[in-house]
Design a protein around this ligand. Sequence first.
Ligand SMILES: Nc1ncnc2c1ncn2[C@@H]1O[C@H](COP(=O)(O)OP(=O)(O)OP(=O)(O)O)[C@@H](O)[C@H]1O
Ligand SMILES: [Zn+2]
Length: 710
Amino acid sequence: MTLKPIVVQVVIDKPLAQGFDYLWDAEKLGKLPEIGHIVEVPFARSKVIGLVIKVSDHSDYEIAKLKSVDRLAPLPPLDPALLRLMNFASQYYVHALGETILPTIPQMWKKADDWEKIPKKIETADKKSNKNSDVIAEGLITEDQLNPSQKNALQELMADGQQENQFRVILLQGQTGSGKTAVFLNWLASILRDEAAQVLLLVPEINLTPQLERRVKAYFPDKKMALLHSGVSEKKRGIAWYEAMTGKAQIILGTRLAALTPIPNLRAIVVDEEHDASYKQQEGTRYSARDLAIWRAHDQKTTILLSSATPSLETWLAAQSGRYKYIRLDQRAQGANLPSVHLINTRDPQNQFSPGDEDAPKQKSLITKTLARAITKTLEAKKQSLILINRRGYAPVLSCSACNWLSKCTQCSTYTVMHKAGALGKRSVLSCHHCGLVKSIPQFCPDCGNADLKTLGHGTQKLEDAIEEMWPQARVLRVDTDSSRKSKGAEKLFQEIHEGNVDIVVGTQMIAKGHDYQNIGLVAVLDADSRLYSADFRAAERLFAQLVQVAGRAGRSGTSGERGGDIYIETQYPESPVFQYLLRHDVDGFMAFTASEREEAKLPPYSYQALIHAEAKVLEKAIQFLNELKARMKSRGIISKELKVYDPVPKPVMRVAGSERAQLLIESPNRKTLQEALEIVDQGLRQDSQGRISKISRIRWLIERDPIAI
Ligand SMILES: Nc1ncnc2c1ncn2[C@@H]1O[C@H](COP(=O)(O)OP(=O)(O)OP(=O)(O)O)[C@@H](O)[C@H]1O
Ligand SMILES: [Zn+2]
């Protein structure tokens, strides 16, 4: 009798729909195979890392011709729940399984030559974690310190007895500063009393992790935390992932990539600021970490809490309809009122400086008189001001006053932004924010030779200069990706604000999200209009959420009944609904209004969408490719009343780094119809493609499900 062979099917990080069969030599590898094992296999003429997804004793291919698995990683197999999640993600986002899973495994575990050293690495990591980490714990609010409405919320969270094996989605909607974090951390504390339980805590932004990390530390000084985001070093991330997968870490805290961590004893999930666009991955498998987390909670029969002051329309509707449990906190935790909203109509001359004003700046002011005077008052009251403009750099474009030459990027269909000396190097430069191209500033116009080059518009640097000139005695700090890179991370800059070493902060929206500042008296938004009208139907929803968040940074520490600070918005369109609802702090009103608009236009969440992206050397080819795809869909009868396919269009930024890009929008009122259509499209595209590149036309293509920007 001949022994039956052991055959394993392995997926690798390539855009290939299927896995490959390999033989398993149990003697050589020292173990029998299990689904979820990470292995090294020969592929083409090299070796690659793959994941075992099937074990059997036969193959559809000739056994004698199969190659063998080379090495087995000394790691436990990925748990079945994680593999179910990956399978779902692969299918839903129409992306190959291998391409979906392998990028989520930290680099450290994908270097087969280092596998021998793994036991040693783990041992040192174990020793280290006994030492006190350098994170300073802060912000503990214990259960009995909660205010009545927080207590209520916590009770409701625990109400259903937190039975094991029950899927629940809960929306915790509460005004900025209402103490949502304190509520969910106390809830997690009750779950973590079980020494084996693990919880997943997702945050949208890496900049928000240090603050939350300190708070988590205060609640759970003795528990091991796995920190997973792109700012964590390769090695630390590798160890954190391992500690999550082996159940050693009880708290898994991170950004969207953490949603795909193996967490075998997962007992609760929190998605903080659930509406935030950064939960959407914008390359590779374009997943929504929030949506996958909900699926995961469903699959693992556990509770997921979505927290926000401004929920996404999808979530808000689900809570309104009772599909999600709804818990609300409608009062600021420390008792202060919400900030007063002031709309400054920039078209009204009364709001502008006139030459007669004694406080008028020497040059034309970048901000209105009304705002300038409010800032002066805030300075006098020894409170901080936060001034936002969503563009880093000095000015968005350089121009020639004689021939109207504009500083365009040679690689992209965008303008290069002027950065003053010190931001991106010693000298002033022009830089493209899309492809990263950096050029020196021409002394003369490249077209006509004129020496009089002027900047148009303004960014954070120009604003910083202007503010320093208007309030020479004030301490001004600029916070944007340039300044945070210079100070090696934004954390130091935020610390300056927290410690009160700054009077006026100028920055992009990165200062606005989630931070718990204690002494901000005034917040101003200068360029809201630029985001008011946009081709993207979600622009207003996003702007509204941002403004509520920004406003929420003001007056947080005020005591009962105290004024909650002021927010000033400079706009030409004060009558627009976004601002009117904001004026009344009417989040629900705005949501209901937006919902009715979407319903009427049959836009998401009243329909489902997907984009097919195509990229080529020239736009015409990309458009032609998508047109042919559309024609094929028509001839195959996929297009119907239930499935609408629009005409291909160039992307908003059409040309990037020398490639030209177009997209095709597909829409259906029915999720399943859309899914089926996408699977057919995907199959068709694969047949004429090598990987993601069409063999016929050399077009790079990609399918994106539930796009958030169109
Ligand atoms: N019961 C309480 N008593 C006193 N202070 C509290 C209480 N609960 C929370 N706070 C404080 O109020 C501030 C806001 O709380 P927290 O950050 O939890 O609110 P949030 O709703 O998560 O805010 P945001 O959505 O604006 O980020 C924090 O400084 C927090 O320490
Ligand atoms: Zn460019």
